[in-house]
Design a binder for this molecule. Structure first.
Ligand SMILES: Cc1ncc(COP(=O)(O)O)c(C=O)c1O
Length: 426
């Protein structure tokens, strides 16, 4: 199609184009022999085939239940599932939530809800602050709505409260405070860094944002993405940010069954402030007026039967083994390479690796090309860095142990180490 015709598409379509994830996936798919330490997919061996068969049989066991599951649902999604999710969250956070059913929304994966929420919050040019690095799809979401993801200095627990305070002070002195709509954080074993925000970190983040909410005269929304909360290998679970906000007056909590059950079923969910949930529902009504009802009924059945509990335990045991395999491989193959460091994640699917500052990891860099010819790919860290706020770090990478076997993990890390050594020696 000639460029002139392409230019007739909307600005939003142009903002949405050119996301790096597409190029990365195309590379991986073009060569099935590559070992992909890039994909954030779940382990195919752990997919709950039998549980889905059993749940499907149960849903289809009587005409009444089959008809109910195969019909459209509501825009908010199955009330039964929403109430089950509320109960589960209350027991995990050990508190009673004072919310109404309308504040709970079900979507086709939590990514959809992240998109709808950012869309409801932000006009063009508005800002959401996040850790740097952060979930790369969040960056794409913000681009696609013409809004700005601004990175804030982060450490082993994610976004630093003092740095957040400084960033807000700077925005105020630049006259941009009015554009700030929220703060996004992946608070449990984050993508890409495997970082976990502990209790004290949560308290401080809550306090800083509470102070700024007062100063701004409106709630500074905290978007807590808990996609990996269930994939915990060690340490206690820490209550979500809703511990400070049982009415969800300025907290958005996002959950998903993609990582802990099946991304093919694709059920995501969230709890939002009352007015924000109404705005999200308005947007969703105009998109699909409800996500697949059958998937929601299926997940509701699994939760009612509590089949997910032993399943999650098996998953965590499997991923812990693979995490350990990756850490052991890193020790084995990188021990004598100076300037290489990695973080040990206590859950989730990712290890963040940093190389010496001069060794860039981006697409087309010498390291990327050497890694490709060795037969391994990773996610270049710069893809996970917001374009604004903190400087882009170009010498990190995200490694995933999700889809690969223990043998592939070891082989992939050995290939990567050879690629690093080759680049280092030139
Ligand atoms: C941090 C984070 N949030 C949300 C998601 C969305 O998952 P889904 O849309 O499948 O629920 C992912 C998926 O990789 C993720 O890593």
């Amino acid at each position: 199609m000639p460029t002139s015709e392409l230019n007739e598409f909307s600005r939003r379509s142009r903002w949405a184009s050119g996301q790096p994830i597409g190029a990365l996936m195309a590379r991986a798919l073009a060569n099935p022999n590559l070992i992909s330490l890039a994909a954030g997919f779940v382990d195919p061996e752990t997919l709950p085939i039998e549980l889905v068969q059993l749940a499907t049989q149960a849903l289809l066991s009587s005409p009444a239940s089959a008809r109910a599951s195969l019909q459209y649902g509501t825009t908010h999604g199955s009330l039964k599932l929403r109430r089950l999710l509320k109960q589960r969250l209350e027991s995990r956070d050990r508190q009673t939530l004072q919310i109404n059913d309308d504040q709970l929304v079900l979507t086709a994966g939590s990514n959809e809800l992240l998109h709808l929420t950012c869309d409801a919050l932000c006009d063009e040019g508005d800002i959401i602050l996040s850790a740097a690095p952060t979930y790369l799809v969040f960056l794409g979401v913000m681009d696609s709505i013409g809004a700005v993801a601004q990175g804030v200095e982060s450490d082993d627990e994610g976004i630093c409260p003092d740095a957040l305070d400084r960033a807000l002070t700077r925005l105020e002195s630049d006259g941009d405070l009015g554009k700030v709509r929220g703060v996004y954080l992946v608070s449990y074993f984050d993508n890409p860094g495997g970082r976990m925000a502990g209790q004290t970190r949560r308290e401080k983040l809550w306090d800083v944002t509470a102070r700024w909410s007062e100063r701004m005269g409106r709630p500074l929304i905290l978007l807590e993405d808990a996609a990996y909360r269930d994939l915990r290998f060690e340490g206690p679970d820490v209550p979500s940010l809703l511990q400070f906000d049982p009415t969800a007056s300025r907290t958005v909590y996002l959950g998903t069954f993609s990582k802990s059950f099946s991304p093919g079923i694709r059920v995501g969910w969230g709890l939002l402030p009352h007015e924000l949930s109404a705005a999200v529902i308005d947007l969703k009504t105009n998109t699909d007026f409800g996500s697949p009802h059958f998937s929601q009924q299926l997940i509701a059945h699994v939760l009612e039967q509590e089949w997910d509990i032993p399943h999650t335990e098996r998953l965590c045991a499997g991923y812990r083994r693979k995490r350990d395999a990756m850490l052991a491989a890193l020790e084995r193959h990188f021990a004598d390479q100076p300037g290489v460091a990695w973080r040990v994640p206590a859950g989730g699917l990712y290890v963040w690796l940093t190389l010496p500052a001069e060794m860039e990891t981006g697409l087309g860099s010498p390291l990327w090309e050497h890694a490709l010819s060795e037969g391994v790919i990773y996610v270049p860290g710069e893809f996970c860095h917001p374009a604004h706020g903190t400087p882009k770090s170009r010498h990190g990478m995200r490694l995933s142990y999700g889809v690969t076997t223990v043998e592939q993990i070891d082989a992939g890390i050995a290939m990567l180490a050879r690629a690093v050594a080759q680049v280092g020696s030139t």
